[in-house]
Unconditional design. Sequence first.
Lengths: 177, 552
Amino acid sequence: MPKLISRDGPEASSFVWREDGFTHIADDEAPGGELGQVIISLSRFQADGDRWLAEGRSVGVRLKPEDPVEGLAYDLPRLAVVALEFPKFRDGRALSAAALLRERYGYAGELRAVGEVVRDLAKEMSRCGFDSFEPSDGSTPEQWTISVFRFRHVYQSAADRRAPAFRERIHIPTAEG
Amino acid sequence: MYRYDAIDRSVIQDRSAEFRDQVERRLSGALTEEHFKPLRLMNGLYLQLHAYMLRVAIPYGALSSDQLRGLARIGRIYDKGYGHFTTRQNLQFNWIRLEQTPDILDALAEVDLHAIQTSGNCIRNTTSDPYAGATAEEVDDPRVWCEAIRQWSTLHPEFSYLPRKFKIAVTAAPQDRTAAKVHDIGLVLRRDRDGQLGFEVMVGGGMGRTPYLGTTIREHLPVQSLLSYLSAILRVYNRHGRRDNIFKARVKILVAALGAGEFARQVEAEWTTMDRVAVDLPDVELARIRGAFSYVRFVDASPVSSSLEAARRADPTLGRFVRNNVKPHKIAGHAIVNISLKTPGEVPGDCSSDQMDAIANLADQYGYGEIRVTHEQNLVLPHVKLDDLAAVHAGLKAAGLACPNVGLASDIIACPGLDYCSLANTRAIPVAQSIAQRFSMPDVAESVGELKIKISGCINACGHHHVGHIGILGVDKKGEEFFQLTLGGSGAEDASLGDVLGPAVAYDQVTPAVDALVQAYLRERRGAERFLDTYRRVGLTPFKAAVYAEAH
């Protein structure tokens, strides 16, 4: 079974390998006989999602960067996974999509990064709300942990709920000059 | 000025460690150049024609004397003993070796400097008024808001992989010294009728191959909402800006495609649904930042300096320096001193390590330890007592930095051009040097008056030619360098894009053409009109005749 890098709990400060029970199903591919867990495209979900969910499958949806997350807002409670695609790691649209899913639509389920997923973006992806990763660069959970927590402080509030500098400073009014 | 606290320091140290790891992976072959390129660009490291170039961020153009000395030291150890100040108030080292960059970043971090986001498709260094905190014109200190933007934009998790680079300028004075209207976002601080501070928010300005002036999408944004509103703009841009064509990826293209009204509507929709409390700085943090900029305890000084007046009478070069390079200060008995990095014959914006040390020492002795960088590639001592002007002038003279040409024809903006840059089609530096030589006689330059000549060695317009009173754009014609002239541009509060004069001229015809344009202006001008005013009144015709009549 393929493995995912996964956050070791919602607020955890480390990452671990996790078995991936989901299978990515292409648009022209059958979902498999036993009621397996599947990740499908938005258009496939719109066509077959209701039926598969009714059959008792766990269904995840994979969004391309140009797919609007708004279109998924009402389905989020039914989804087991939302997978957001990075066609290239420097295409940052999925970062905004992740932030919207977490902050605006309150999505609390698994948010997975797929495509060109490299540890050089680990901190951005984690901060924007991703909690599972299909790494494309052979990186390990240990490397992921280093990349995400390398920075001792952050300036912005984000989906990861880390306290930004401007909140920390209220509690540490006499930071050394 | 703002001093980094332990949190700010930790961020640049951690970034330095992160980049060291990335460089090591590149050198070991674990990262391909294709993968490494966007990562190194995010840290200001370019591969140029002859070497790597490292662009150091100078947040809103403000430096302490210690920081300037730190740059001087790095220039000596890792470069050829000089640096180059840019139109975005940054500093570039031109002769860098990749394997040394982590050590350079550590050396920069020792003086609270870094190269974070000086390149790449992210939010770049915010630029501001070099006279901030010194000019009586401003309604507020723009550095407060620049520092807020610096923190918000540094390693922003959502906005670090944008369609294209993103530049923000902030000004608080009616006279715009930031070229705000040719930035992706230009912010102009104003007070409304009730005295409330707010920003006019302009978006979609820019130069390059498709120049636009910014369009106002908000007349008066309450200052407390700045960061959430910027976040809304960036989110709309990050999601919808084009990524299929690098030449159509800047926000100006999105604004033009949607129309400013529709773009504004999307921004407002985003902004009103955003959790603004999570994004905007609380008053206590704004107050902390503001406090950091009010530390200068100006001494009492007489509004008129009899020693200065005596020195001016004795030394006409001091008189000329004061006339052209010294500007009024908000505090009686003080002045703003511009240091020209455009001495005719020199490379515009270049400054040797020895000169940096000399300026740092003058700043310590006479200027409260502060230095600013201007987008016109000069430096500024923002707070000098009138009584000390003669001594400052003498110190600058000894360092070869007393050229009294600020705002005049030889004070030319030029990009590095084909002498350094891998994008350039033509040279820009020798063109600037030749024109500056033509106007090197101070009497000649002063009789011509304010004239902004800006030179770009290619269509990317790093030399701001679109907004030059005279703009010069290098183009390649079958392997030969030609230069297209534009007239009537301005990057100031009266911003406009220049009009093409006519056919491009050959390399050795640029200075004669500029000379002909100036002669035509002198014939046409009325009263105290600047070159720009005369051009706007009479149009292209007499200038065209002057240049092309002489060419044929």
